[in-house]
Design a protein around this ligand. Structure first.
Ligand code: SAM
Length: 220
């Protein structure tokens, strides 16, 4: 995402009750933040937040946490939800590398990755959100039944992910090379900002769903 620094973004994010400013403090205690024991689904790299905000509106019995690295981007998501109560939606500004510091094993049940930065150069492969470095971290916060749902229009990143996930011990439960023409996987699909943009240009959208299967939980 092209980043334009927005003056005052840091202060606005810090002042917002929707943003959790010291998320490590809530590890193992997220139910107290939401005041219920409903499942937690997270989106990593949520950008301006349309996807996760729509999910939160549609599913009041699921708690959603959007994670975004940049305040200036997170601010846009905050502005969109300013007027809404949405008690099941929180945001965290952090790098996804930190998620095991923030969630205990089993605390988040699903991870959404939407239009993650492709990092096309081989020497940057470790920065891809579907690289084994990140998969190992997701492994440490999901329960055995946990899953990842990943969408992109970037063929190289999708091919990489289809190979990387099984190498890291994950099962690919379903995938499509054309989400918007796949009646089954597209049912209930919520488009992200990037998805709207790239599908309007005629790009096919790729999606996969992966689960941890019977993998042994890594030690914390
Ligand atoms: N998911 C949104 C969508 O589909 O419209 C935004 C996609 S944008 C290409 C990728 C977003 O992921 C950017 O906002 C970027 O700042 C964020 N991001 C990339 N790497 C990240 C990381 N390691 N931790 C948290 N956010 C990250």
């Amino acid at each position: 995402m092209r980043l334009r620094r927005i003056k005052g973004a840091e202060e606005a994010v810090a002042a917002s009750s929707r943003c959790i400013s010291s998320p490590e403090a809530f590890k193992e205690n997220w139910r107290h933040v939401f005041k219920n024991g409903n499942p937690i689904h997270i989106e990593i790299g949520m950008g301006k937040g349309k996807f996760i905000t729509t999910l939160a509106r549609e599913n009041p019995d699921i708690n959603y946490i959007g994670i975004e690295r940049y305040e200036s981007v997170l601010l846009r998501a905050l502005q969109k939800t300013d007027e809404e109560s949405l008690s099941n939606l929180k945001f965290i500004r952090m790098d996804a590398m930190q998620i095991p510091d923030v969630f205990a094993q089993g605390e988040a049940e699903r991870i959404y990755l939407n239009f993650s930065d492709p990092w096309p150069k081989d020497r940057h492969a470790k920065r891809r959100l579907t690289s084994r470095i990140f998969l190992e971290r997701y492994d440490r916060i999901l329960p055995p039944s946990g899953r990842i749902e990943f969408k992109t229009d970037n063929r190289g990143l999708f091919e990489f992910s289809l190979q990387e996930l099984p190498k890291a011990g994950w099962n690919i439960d379903a995938f499509t090379w054309d989400l918007h023409h796949d009646a089954s996987l597209n049912a209930g699909n919520i488009m992200t900002e990037y998805e709207e943009k790239f599908s309007s240009l005629g790009n096919p959208i790729y999606k996969l769903i992966a689960s941890r299967g019977n993998k042994k939980a890594p030690s914390a």
